[in-house]
Write a protein that binds this ligand. Sequence first.
Ligand code: SIN
Length: 327
Amino acid sequence: MRKIVLAAAAAATLGFVGSAAAQQPIIIKFSHVVAEVTPKGQAALKFKEEAEKLLPGKVKVEVYPNSQLFGDGKEMEALALGDVQFIAPSLSKFDKFTKQIQVFDLPFLFDDMKAVDKFQSSPVGKKLLTSMESKGYLGVAYWHNGLKQLSANKPLIVPEDAKGLKFRVQASDVLAAQFQQLGANPQKLAFSEVYQALQLGTVDGQENTWSNAYSQKFHEVQKEFTESNHGVIDYMVVTNAKWWNGLPADIKAGLQKAMDAATEKNNEVAEKLNADAKAKIGTTSKINQLTPEQRAKWKKAMEPVWAKFEGAIGKDVIDAALKSSGS
Ligand code: SIN
């Protein structure tokens, strides 16, 4: 009898150990390049909170902000290698992987964030989420940041003011062409290098959203901002297609639900975080407003970029985006 009890106890112990091992949570790394106080930073934390709540003990989400784990230029490769499971690069950074997504970089394409949202929710916008699947990447959500503003250490009121200046751009040929169109010199630089480049004068100016500019302290090294709203910085949350498709159904469903909650949070806070950051920048730097005539001049100066990239992006994609802006 004693033998039976002992055997049962051993089996129970083994069973316990066995199921504990089987229940090791899946470690999910989410890497991004911005500060936690930005829309993307907040959304990544919300994703962690929701995923761990919906899938208790089954997943553990580790969020790495500020290029701590992987910076620009390294994160797509890390995703392909399985060293990270989610990243959310700005849409400008997919240039090397698909030309269609470059539509988001065309200057003055979207009148406001509502138009961006409408396009992303349209059939053509949704299809772009799968445009890199053949390369092993799958888009699972769009996250907003906001419209881009210009800055330098001199007022940028008309396009001629940008002539001869060096502007930092993201790794996008469209953005480089946009500044070339102004007679300026674009320099492709990783996000983590921008502050120092501005400080050392390696570049004279930059374009970004208010929240990115404030959280990276660009206002410490840029005296003049122009509320140009000439383009957009938004994100695609991407994962490794093979890893995603191989997940058990319950995990995938839970993660998708957590992603939806994070997307909602992101889009809820983006506008306010940008407005708050603008107000803070305004206490130390000058914020120049453009008259409709001045804005029209910037638009006219940058617009030739559209024709240059229409073939690569596809007229159908550009037309669908234009439709969202009511044009
Ligand atoms: C980001 O918002 O992820 C960074 C954008 C940039 O590189 O300017």
